[in-house]
Design a protein around this ligand. Structure first.
Ligand code: GRG
Length: 307
C-alpha cells in the first residue's frame, strides 16, 4: 500500500501520472525483493516490511518524471528507480535505530527494529543496500547499455556514501544540540537528503547519453534546489504536521535538539527559504526545449506536501 501523497486534485493529469508511476515502482519492488518464504525467511520478511509498507516513492517518481521530460522509455528507468528507493528504505531503517534517531514509528507503523529486532534491522538495511546495486547490475534492459549502467551505479554509490548521504547523517548526529550556521546546515542537508534526490533525477539523464550539456546542467540545478527543498519542507512538517499525518512522531527534531532550518532561521524564515528554493528550481527549467511539466509538477509537490 502506497501513501496517497499529492495535494493535486484527484483525477488531474498529475495525480493520474503519480498513481501510474507508484504502481509501476511497487510492482518492480515486489518482484526484486526476496520472498519471505525463502531462507533466511526472517530477514527477507524484515526487508519486505521496510520497503513495501507505504512511503511516497518520491525518488522513483523523480526518475520517471525526468525520464518523461526527456522522452525516454521507462524500461531503462525501472532499475534506477527501484535501486534509489531501496537505498532510501535502507537509510530509513538505519536512521531509526537506537544508535541513531531511536524512532519507534515510521510510515504509521512500528519501525523495523521494533517490529523485528535490532540485529535484524541492521542486517535488513545492509541487504537492501546490496540489493539496490544488484538490481542495477543485473537489469536486462540496462545491461544492454553498459556505459549507462556504470554511470548510474557510480552516481548512486557516491550519493549514498561518505561524501553523500552517510556523511550527511554523520554530520547530523554530530550536530545535535549545536548551533550551526546557515551554510553548515545547507551542506549537511544537501548531503543527507539532497544528493539522493539529485541522483534519482540525474540517473534519468544518464539514460540519455547525447543530452546536450546545457539541459543536463539545468536539470542538475533543478535537482539541487528540490533536493534541499525536500529537507527544508521536512523540517517544517516536523513542527506543523500531526503525527497521524506524518506517520512518525511530530516534534521529534526539536526533542532530539536537531539542527534544522526552523531552528536556525525561525519558522517564517524557513518557509520563505522553501519558497525561494521552489522558485529557483522552476527558474532552472525555463527556456529548455524538453517537456518540463513533469519536473515542475514534482517541484510543486515537494514544496507543498503535507507529509
Ligand atoms: C543508506 C548509505 C546509507 C547509510 C545510512 C542512516 C543514514 C546513513 C542516513 C539517513 C538519511 C536520512 C534518513 C535522511 C532523511 C531523509 C528524509 C527526509 C526522509 C524521509 O523521506 P520521505 O518523506 O519518506 O520520502 P517516505 O516514507 O515517504 O519514503
Amino acid at each position: 500500500m502506497v501513501t496517497p501523497i499529492f495535494l493535486a486534485t484527484p483525477g488531474s493529469d498529475f495525480s493520474h501520472r503519480v498513481e501510474t508511476y507508484q504502481q509501476r515502482i511497487d510492482r518492480k519492488l515486489e518482484r526484486v525483493l526476496p520472498s519471505a518464504a525463502v531462507f533466511p525467511e526472517h530477514l527477507h520478511e524484515a526487508m519486505r516490511y521496510a520497503v513495501l509498507a507505504g512511503g511516497k516513492r518520491v525518488r522513483p517518481l523523480l526518475t520517471f518524471a525526468c525520464g518523461e521530460a526527456l522522452g525516454l522509455s521507462l524500461d531503462l528507468l525501472d532499475a534506477p528507480a527501484t535501486a534509489v528507493e531501496l537505498i532510501h528504505a535502507f537509510s530509513l531503517v538505519h536512521d531509526d535505530l537506537p544508535a541513531m534517531d531511536n524512532d519507534e514509528l515510521r510510515r504509521g507503523r512500528p519501525t523495523v527494529h521494533i517490529a523485528f529486532d535490532e540485529a535484524t534491522a541492521i542486517l535488513a538495511g545492509d541487504a537492501l543496500q546490496a540489493l539496490a546495486f544488484e538490481v542495477l547490475a543485473h537489469d536486462p534492459p540496462l545491461s544492454a547499455h553498459p556505459a549507462m549502467q556504470t554511470r548510474m551505479i557510480g552516481r548512486l554509490a557516491a550519493a549514498a556514501g561518505s561524501v553523500g548521504m552517510t556523511g550527511g547523517q554523520a554530520q547530523d548526529l554530530q550536530s545535535e544540540g549545536q548551533q550551526l550556521s546557515c551554510d553548515q546546515l545547507r551542506l549537511m542537508h544537501e548531503r543527507k537528503t539532497g544528493l539522493l534526490i539529485q541522483a534519482a533525477t540525474m540517473m534519468a539523464c544518464d539514460a540519455q547519453p547525447d543530452l546536450d550539456a546545457g539541459t543536463r546542467r539545468a536539470i542538475e540545478s533543478f535537482a539541487r534546489q528540490i533536493g534541499l527543498a525536500f529537507q527544508v519542507c521536512d523540517d517544517i512538517l516536523d513542527i506543523e504536521s500531526p503525527t497521524e499525518m506524518l506517520g512518525k512522531p511530530q516534534g521529534s527534531d526539536a526533542a532530539a535538539a536537531k539542527a534544522t532550518y526552523p531552528a536556525v532561521m525561525g519558522l517564517p524564515g524557513a518557509k520563505a527559504y522553501l519558497q525561494e528554493l521552489h522558485e529557483a528550481a522552476l527558474a532552472a527549467l525555463t527556456d529548455l526545449s524538453i517537456n518540463t511539466q513533469p519536473l515542475s509538477w514534482m517541484a510543486d509537490y515537494i514544496t507543498q506536501r503535507n507529509h
